[in-house]
Ligand binder design. Sequence first.
Ligand SMILES: Nc1ncnc2c1ncn2[C@@H]1O[C@H](COP(=O)(O)OP(=O)(O)OP(=O)(O)O)[C@@H](O)[C@H]1O
Length: 563
Amino acid sequence: MSVPFTIGKLIDFFSSTGPQIPFGLSIWQASAALLTLFTVGAVANAGRSMLMRLAGQRIVARLRERMYGAALKQEVEFVEKGEGDVISRLSADTSIVGESVTQNLSDGLRAIVMSSVGLGAMIWVSPTLTMLMMAVVPPVSLGAVVYGRYIKKLSNQTQEAVGEMTKIATESLSALRTVQAFNAIPQEEARFHQKVTSVLTLARKEAIASGIFFGGTGWSGGTLVSRGEISVGDLTSLLLYTAYVGSGLQMLTSFFSSIMRGIGAGGRIFDILDRTPAIPHGQGEEVPANVQGIVRFEGVKFHYPTRKNVTILNGFDLEIKAGETVAIVGESGGGKSSIQSLLMRYYDPVDGRISFDDKDIREFSTTSWRNIIGFVPQDPVLFTGTIASNIAYGNPDATRGEIEAAAREANCEFVWGMPDGFDTEIGRLSLSGGQRQRLAIARALLKKPKILALDEATSALDATSERRVNDAIEKILRSRQITCLFIAHRLSTIARADRIVVLEGGKITETGTFRELVAHENSRFRALMAAQLNAAAGESLLGEREVHEEDDEAAEFETKDKA
Ligand SMILES: Nc1ncnc2c1ncn2[C@@H]1O[C@H](COP(=O)(O)OP(=O)(O)OP(=O)(O)O)[C@@H](O)[C@H]1O
């Protein structure tokens, strides 16, 4: 802000009328001071720009990390409902806020300092001229807008005229032989003159417009100088300060609009940062190390928050004893996966409770609770990375030996045949549905879960793959003392369960072992299985399905049913 002042004083030193340089400085000292001012100013400006940008990027980075963390801790419903929204907040809104609190804020502060200090300096130099100039601020601002548009129009027209002029010159010079052959030189000169004149006319209009704009202030200042009321140097300082104030005011208007944008974006970010998840994340008791492992659904009622009118579970009661394997069967869309979602605490029951060793699972922290469950969803997701990192998704610290053991247990022998084995990148290969499921089983097993929640794939697996998956599940159920709740679609796995429950209308309507349920002539279970068998028979007619010889009980049922 002191540059205009110093320049003014220097000018006065050279003009005979003006006063001497203040503070008794020599001309060299004053020049050195000005040079220092410029240097310090340039360095400060570079520093400001660099530090602000850096600060902005760091703010954006931190906001993004915190917001991502906050979004990941929300209940699934919230994120799944407006997933795109979270992502746009994560990318666009964070950038806007970062820019607002650094670049815009620094520009805004600069604009405030420039206009206020500039105005103060103007008043100090000449209150009369300042008042005159301030009086013209509103009309000048209005004039600036109109002038700006006018200049833009003029400059477009000038561009066009210059274009035409160039075209004529290029055309005639490249066809010079023809021009000369027809003695058309005067003609060409006239054509060119016409275009040059129109360019000139437009340039003159532009010159007049800017002249009027800047001339007004110059004239009134000039009269004061000639009357000895203001020195040439002071007038220069004043004009420079006016420019500072002008650009400061201009910056202020854009500052306000960007700050408003920043506030809006900030609101959207803090909506998520400050949001308390409906299912609190990581708060509550730890699941004790010595547990029996009894899971009990007690009068559970449930509907999805988005579809309150559709009751999914209506008084669902089920006890799964420690180490017991319970298979849930029922029609598609009947709510089987929803039961697992409740067990995983993606949702909480609307009424009733789910308990573990007689303690409501809502009392445990979600982190601790989910830690003891091995979850294999119907359509497992594999992440970018190696096979090993995917198996170790829930246990990043697992050793290679542990990973391989889990893979072996889940019948993932295909991994050993791959070019890079466990270090094969998932992205580069397309795995079959059965292979994905087995990897997901290995991933769940590596957690050494106390409860296994398994949603059998409904998507068609080829016969070999299906058998490999089933074998893996059977092996686990046989060898591990694990409480297991699985959603079964295939006879072979259903037959292996200790107990089967039939879900109908949001309740359990039938329960028993495979033999018990099959023995009931008109049981819902028989109907369900018959429907399954029809589908299976269709498949086998098409030669796509092999009969699993080991499925003794299932095969027995199959024979009976066919008979
Ligand atoms: N997030 C959700 N929001 C609202 N409704 C849902 C949601 N997820 C599932 N539903 C609905 O809840 C009902 C039960 O779905 P669920 O997936 O539990 O059935 P399922 O018995 O597992 O079916 P399938 O055997 O086909 O996998 C269905 O009508 C489904 O449309």
